[in-house]
Design a protein. Structure first.
Length: 123
């Protein structure tokens, strides 16, 4: 890992690779989730008795077209966010002391404008 306090931006493969990885994940969901949910709803209902009955009824009759649309909308949001991050000139987050915002790693988990690249995460 390089020095994150420099003016080097995040590479296009990082920011634009996110929607590509998300698309692969979404294709897997579209292929498996509706059938899996129908097959496993009785077991899930047994394991999670506090979930209200209307939630289970709605889950069991999930329309594949509606599910596909929902996955597509989320994919669009992720792609738009990745492109916006790329166009904003976001710089890698700086290192700093572990903080809740960084998941305890000392690395910020969101892109920040270049002018803040040398600023440590807020503890």
């Amino acid at each position: 890992m390089g020095d994150s306090s420099t003016d080097e931006g995040v590479g296009a493969a990082v920011t634009l690779g996110l929607p590509a990885a998300w698309a692969v994940h979404d294709l897997e969901e579209l292929a498996t989730v509706p059938g899996w949910l129908r097959r496993n709803a009785p077991e899930l209902r047994r394991r999670f008795p506090l979930v209200p009955e209307p939630v289970w009824r709605r889950a069991e009759r999930t329309d594949p077209v509606e599910f596909t649309a929902a996955v597509g909308v989320m994919g669009t949001v992720v792609a738009a966010a990745a492109v916006a991050g790329r166009l904003s000139g976001a710089a890698p987050a700086s290192t700093g002391p572990p903080s809740p915002a960084s998941g305890g790693t000392g690395w910020c988990t969101w892109p920040r404008p270049r002018r803040y690249a040398a600023t440590p995460p807020v503890p």
